[in-house]
Design a protein around this ligand. Structure first.
Ligand SMILES: Nc1ncnc2c1ncn2[C@@H]1O[C@H](COP(=O)(O)OP(=O)(O)O)[C@@H](O)[C@H]1O
Ligand SMILES: [Mg+2]
Length: 495
């Protein structure tokens, strides 16, 4: 698994690099790699942390007084033998100019031997002159093969201590492994151990446990929710243009290799603009079900933090998680809320987050299909709507007569209403200007009335409910008209 990385590092060492930054947050994996390097070139392996100081991995002896960074560097400098050193939690010390100076002179001292220092950290921004002495190497996330190796290892270890049975078919095991995607080895190890130790077997049921554990890990970050969608295209009336567009792109999940061979690239995403209650959110959920991809929902309202700097790091972290877990659907509901400026106190924050988001849309790695929805274009920054950010911008208007009929039909069937006793055409005529959400509410309201009368729902119950409803389109007629005008030249109709 690590062959390629080991190769790259060997080349760096041969090119006389003595300080290597492994770009990862997975310290355990970095440790495993540094250890393999030391085995490969057969020199001792040391681990340092500020709590423990420096210790020899094989002999397990600690070198006294090396908790202090300067003592550590002097110790390595004065050592007469070669070594591979993994410095855990070292990156923050690099902000200290004196540490930098020490490190540079240590590098000079190591010139003619094979010793090397490893530290971990993402996006290490090193200043000159240290920068030219440090090689950075990106650690890709563990692959499914890595997880299989890990699983075997855990199984072998556990079996020595207790009885563990494997009772899972190959396809189910593959599914379980696939669901580990996006986790670090450390996280995966905890989950895999837990599912086996818990009841002494590995079974099909553990797939759900893996999914749930992963859900918890993702939601811990606060911005993303792992959403389980039940809705499919069959639950959406009308919006045929949008549904067709999406169906055509399903090839990327059904036959990804074929699509890539044909030179097609994974779709970036769509923006669904429109009147509230017209099925935009519903569509996002249905795509996940139809494509069989996980759905991560981002809540823009949670983005702004009162702690400076936290907003951006939260946002970046969320984007990173979604890349790591790809392929998936990233659903940003009511995206305009993410960019609502926090007023003057905002300090250009929303502008920076917009910048981050747009550049992420362009540069991201991994197959992440973004579905953003918005009700209010006026709050969306214009750069957002420029061509090329999203594959397409769809406008979702209020349902017309036919669409209203099929929305009513879908929701009546779902609630097992006696359709033969109801005049659907008349209901559709009476509800001009109603959104899908409002049509659904009308039916729910009528159901309540009929329950209280202990009777089967009647045409009159529903018509009464319609008469007492004031659709949003009445109150916001002007606003909706403006939105329509705006959308005419800039968007594609979802219908
Ligand atoms: N085209 C539609 N077909 C079926 N149901 C719809 C449709 N549009 C809206 N609805 C109903 O209204 C509910 C709310 O719609 P939603 O997708 O949340 O609207 P939006 O996100 O556009 O504001 C949906 O869950 C669904 O029950
Ligand atoms: Mg919505």
């Amino acid at each position: 698994m690590n062959d390629q990385i080991l190769n790259e590092i060997s080349v760096l060492l041969k090119s006389h690099y003595h300080v290597i930054n492994i770009e990862t947050i997975d310290d355990d994996r970095a440790e495993a790699i540094a250890k393999e390097i030391s085995d490969l070139i057969q020199i001792p392996f040391y681990i340092w942390s500020v709590h423990r100081g420096l210790f020899n991995y094989t002999e397990r002896d600690v070198h006294p007084d090396t908790e202090d960074v300067f003592n550590l560097l002097s110790h390595i400098s004065g050592s007469t033998s070669e070594g591979i050193y993994l410095l855990r939690g070292f990156k923050p010390f690099l902000d200290d100019i004196k540490v930098n100076t020490h490190l540079i002179s240590l590098v000079d001292r190591l010139e003619n031997d094979r010793s090397a220092l490893f530290f971990t950290g993402k996006d290490a921004q090193l200043e000159d002159p240290l920068r030219s002495h440090v090689a950075s190497i990106k650690l890709p996330l563990p692959s499914e093969d890595d997880f299989v190796v890990l699983l075997k290892q855990i199984y072998t270890d556990l079996k020595r201590k207790e009885r563990i049975e494997i009772n899972i078919s190959k396809p189910d095991l593959d599914k379980l492994i696939m669901n580990l995607r996006g986790l670090t080895l450390f996280e995966a190890k905890k989950i895999l151990t837990m599912i086996m130790v818990e009841d002494g077997t590995l079974t099909k049921d553990d797939i759900q446990v893996v999914i749930d554990s992963k859900k918890k890990l993702i939601e811990k970050e606060g911005l993303l929710e792992y959403y389980t969608a039940e809705e499919s295209f069959g639950d959406i009336a009308a919006l045929d243009g949008l549904k067709d567009w999406l169906k055509k792109r399903q090839i990327f999940v059904e036959k990804p290799d074929q699509a890539k061979k044909a030179g097609l690239i994974f779709p970036k995403g769509i923006l669904l603009l429109g009147v509230p209650g017209t099925g935009k959110s519903l569509c996002a959920k249905a795509v996940s079900k139809e494509w069989g991809l996980p759905l991560l929902k981002m809540d823009p309202a949670k983005l702004y933090s009162k702690y400076i700097g936290e907003t951006e790091s939260k946002f970046n972290k969320a984007m990173e998680i979604s890349e790591k877990m790809s392929p998936l659907i990233l659903w940003i509901d009511e995206i305009e809320k993410a960019f609502a400026s926090g007023g003057d106190a905002d300090g250009g924050l929303s502008q920076r987050v917009i910048g981050s988001f747009l550049s992420w849309m362009q540069e991201r790695k991994g197959d992440v299909f973004v579905i953003a929805t918005a009700n209010d274009v006026e709050k969306l920054p214009p750069e957002f709507l420029r061509k090329g950010r999203f594959d397409e911008i769809f406008f979702v208007d209020l349902p017309d007569y036919e669409a209203r009929k099929s929305i009513l039909d879908i929701h009546m069937k779902r609630r097992e209403m006696a359709l033969n006793l109801l005049n659907l055409e008349r209901l559709a005529e009476l509800t001009e200007g109603f959104s899908g959400a409002e049509l659904e509410q009308v039916l729910i309201g009528a159901l309540y009335s009929s329950f209280s009368n202990k009777t089967e729902i009647t045409q009159e119950d529903i018509e009464e409910e319609i008469r007492s409803t004031y659709p949003l389109s009445q109150t916001f007629e002007h606003k909706i008209q403006t939105l329509r005008e705006w959308a005419k030249t800039r968007t594609v109709s979802a219908n």
